[in-house]
Design a protein around this ligand. Structure first.
Ligand SMILES: Cc1cc2nc3c(=O)[nH]c(=O)nc-3n(C[C@H](O)[C@H](O)[C@H](O)COP(=O)(O)O)c2cc1C
Length: 356
């Protein structure tokens, strides 16, 4: 059964989304030494807005020059040239009637020291992922346990990058708290074994995320959006449940929801998967713990899956389907038969090939 909800507007603060469909954040590894994505990668985002997406997230932007970068060719927004490069992108997205949000990220223990100018890997605790880095074939290096100086320094990187995004005109910021990167490293006892104010109880493990949120919020004009991305899985050691059970997850959501964020973006492998051995999916468990708007992502690829996912969320985000098909929103609207993209198909994102 089709409903109108997917193509109905949605209001979030002073922003009106023209429908409930967004482009999920997607790292493209296309920037050279200047920290600016390739022209065609920037154009790709504007095209997705023109072709009907209501909200467009940027790739994960690296928040400092010391330890934040996790992949080659990631971009920053800390210099005037970097800020200026994004201005026409933001204008293009807005001119298409969509909302432009920049995702900010520190890779934490997923670092690749060769590509960080200071050659550092930092994390809440000196514990590396079990698996090797698939891109280098080498083990991930043992991270330095972050000192209080490191913590303050990294938070300043998020705040400065947020200021850069505001200067570029973005409608909002997303703080990447998912997928096994730094903020997620703090949230999960799998990677956080600290005994100070930043580790131990769920409340303490959420402290770093809360401080990042507050520091970013302080740099945002009142009309800008602030979203927080969360997941129960990480890119490395993907089978590990990062929250031990549904209670711990819900507690973290409750704690984060007390902060000045406007929506939670829940990232899953597959939106409909039952979570933590319950009969409920991640969006449903999140809804039990928060009144915040929920964005949901994971194997949403056609009208049926989008409408189904939207039963438990306010916005659906697509990564692979919209990456590979510039007309995805129109095809969904028409209810076209669409195939679920295979993971390997998305590798084109990291090549020099301009995407349509
Ligand atoms: C090429 C590619 C790059 C990605 N980069 C990011 C990223 O920078 N930040 C992020 O939060 N998620 C990133 N993801 C994860 C997606 O946003 C999304 O959560 C995941 O692909 C599941 O959605 P899908 O089934 O619609 O592809 C990336 C995914 C792909 C395919």
């Amino acid at each position: 059964m089709t409903t109108d909800k997917l193509f109905s507007p949605y209001k979030l603060k002073s922003h009106t989304f023209k429908n409930r469909i967004g482009v999920a954040p997607m790292t493209r590894m296309s920037s050279s030494e200047d920290g600016i994505p390739r022209r065609d990668v920037l154009d790709f985002l504007v095209r997705r807005a023109r072709n009907g997406a209501a909200i467009v997230y940027t790739e994960a932007i690296v928040t400092d020059y010391e330890s934040a970068q996790g992949y080659p060719g990631q971009s920053r927004i800390l210099t005037q040239r970097q800020i200026d490069a994004w201005k026409p992108v933001v204008q293009g997205i807005k001119a298409a009637g969509a909302v432009a949000v920049m995702q900010l990220f520190h890779c934490g223990r997923m670092a690749w020291p060769e590509i960080n100018p200071a050659r550092r890997v930092i994390a809440p605790s000196p514990i590396s992922p079990r698996q090797a880095n698939p891109m280098t074939g080498k083990p991930y290096p043992l991270p330095d346990e972050m000192s209080l100086f490191d913590i303050r320094h990294v938070i300043r990187g998020f705040a400065e990058s947020a200021a850069g995004a505001v200067e570029a005109g973005f409608d909002g910021i997303e703080i990447h708290g998912a997928h096994g990167y730094l903020i997620c490293n703090f949230l999960s006892a799998y990677s956080n074994q600290r005994h100070d104010a930043y580790g131990g109880t769920v409340e303490k493990r959420c402290r770093f995320a809360r401080e990042v949120i507050q520091a970013v919020k302080a740099r945002l004009p009142a009309d800008r959006l602030l979203t927080f991305r969360i997941s129960n899985w990480g890119v490395a050691d993907p089978d590990v449940s990062l929250f031990v059970d549904q209670d711990e997850y819900r507690q973290a959501v409750r704690i984060l929801s007390r902060e000045p964020i406007d929506a939670l973006s829940v990232s899953t492998y597959s939106y409909s998967d039952r979570a933590f051995g319950t009969q409920r999916n991640m969006a449903q468990l999140t809804r039990e713990a928060t009144d915040l708007p929920i964005m949901i992502c994971g194997k949403i690829y056609d009208r049926r899956s989008a409408e189904d996912a939207l039963q438990d969320a306010d916005i659906v985000l697509s990564a692979k389907a919209i990456l590979l098909n510039p007309d995805w929103v129109a095809d969904v609207r028409e209810g076209k038969a669409l195939a679920l993209p295979a993971s390997e198909e998305a590798n084109v994102a990291y090549t020099q090939t301009p995407l349509p």
